[in-house]
Write a protein that binds this ligand. Sequence first.
Ligand code: PLA
Length: 457
Amino acid sequence: MASALASVALSTTFARAVPLPENSMRIGAEKKHDNPLFKGKAFRRVSMAVSVNVSRFEGVTMAPPDPILGVSEAFRADTNDLKLNLGVGAYRTEELQPYVLNVVKKAEKLMLERGENKEYLPIEGLAAFNKVTAELLFGADNSVIQEGRVATIQGLSGTGSLRLAAAFIHRYFPDAKALISSPTWGNHKNIFNDARVPWSEYRYYDPRTVGLDFDGMVADIKAAPDGSFVLLHGCAHNPTGIDPTPEQWEKIADVIQEKNHIPFFDVAYQGFASGSLDADAYSVRLFVRRGFELLVAQSYSKNLGLYAERIGAINVVCSSSDAGTRVKSQLKRLARPMYSNPPVHGARIVANVVGDPNLFNEWKQEMELMAGRIKNVRQRLYENLSEKDKSGKDWSFVLKQIGMFSYTGLHKAQSDHMTDKWHIYMTKDGRISLAGLSLSKCEYLADAIIDSFHNVD
Ligand code: PLA
């Protein structure tokens, strides 16, 4: 039998994978026509005879580790007791253990008691979830909700919702470009690349002031082609932890309006930045109040700790309910061949927690606790850095940044040193997740940062 198979294999022609050229994944608008993805070359089939012991996948090259999730893999492989994982943004207790919120456990208990079934959800997801998620974001009394002008569909957490929106942009705005902040969450680039939406960056972070380059941001948004999709972090900008002030948001809205751009918010940290769900929805609600049509991707990974449940949503605010209905139908059409319909468990948890006044209040308290613990370690880290570093360097940026991250300003070699010498795992852009830090580890972290900052060029 084996030899029969071998002879078939030897005499048959097979399609073989061909390697993707280096750097092919970065699609700047200006580079669009040079990119092999657009020419379809990367996926062409090459027919040739192959021998049995040569893999059909010979042309598949090794992918680099993910800059964020790859850090967790490296962390797991380290056997040193001092190791600390400040890579991925995942909340840990003071004992550095993962945390399942009490309200989540209560909601799950309710779900078990009710004996809920495992039938498929509709393509757009759980109706009760879609209702509460839009209300949480925009406010239940917002006119866009009252007038039925929001197309909401459940997504595979923040990432899946962003990806679905990117596919929608590609299909309905094939000539439009996305604008993303420099820097931004690394996966934004992957998402637009894979959806074949060309993108370019607008200035955001100013290393000299360790603050927002507001003038640069406005100038770049102004210089972009009219009708671009401007990706904005609703709150707790990742990785910098620097958000525009309310006055700056107004001015950003002015320039976006002037240029006929479409705002596209990524809201992955509602309630986690300030501890208040409403305060963290400020930017989105401001743009809605000003009458924009816009997109918002939501995630419950952090604020409800539902990381692995993959629960979030994409909301498209339209100027009429009729447009909203049509947009929703097309989002469903895009979702169906991608993943058919979304998972139910996380959606039920959110619907139960947000939809029940008691659980909702309890959730808000737990969120304040989580946000408070992050603020405490932020404060302690700042104090340790200021006390221990005798160079006179101003570390107050640690306190000014908000959200779960601190952008330390450490460059790649210094970040490598943090890992190689101190067993502190972090992303190579100098970002550390304070959600993975405990008060008792702050001093150790401060020593490592001071050493890396002063002793590595
Ligand atoms: N948008 C932003 C700005 C994020 O920071 C993240 C997660 C997401 C979307 C997507 O999260 P979700 O798909 O789980 O809802 N960023 C993390 C994790 C926390 C990651 O990279 O996947 C981070 O460490 O940056």
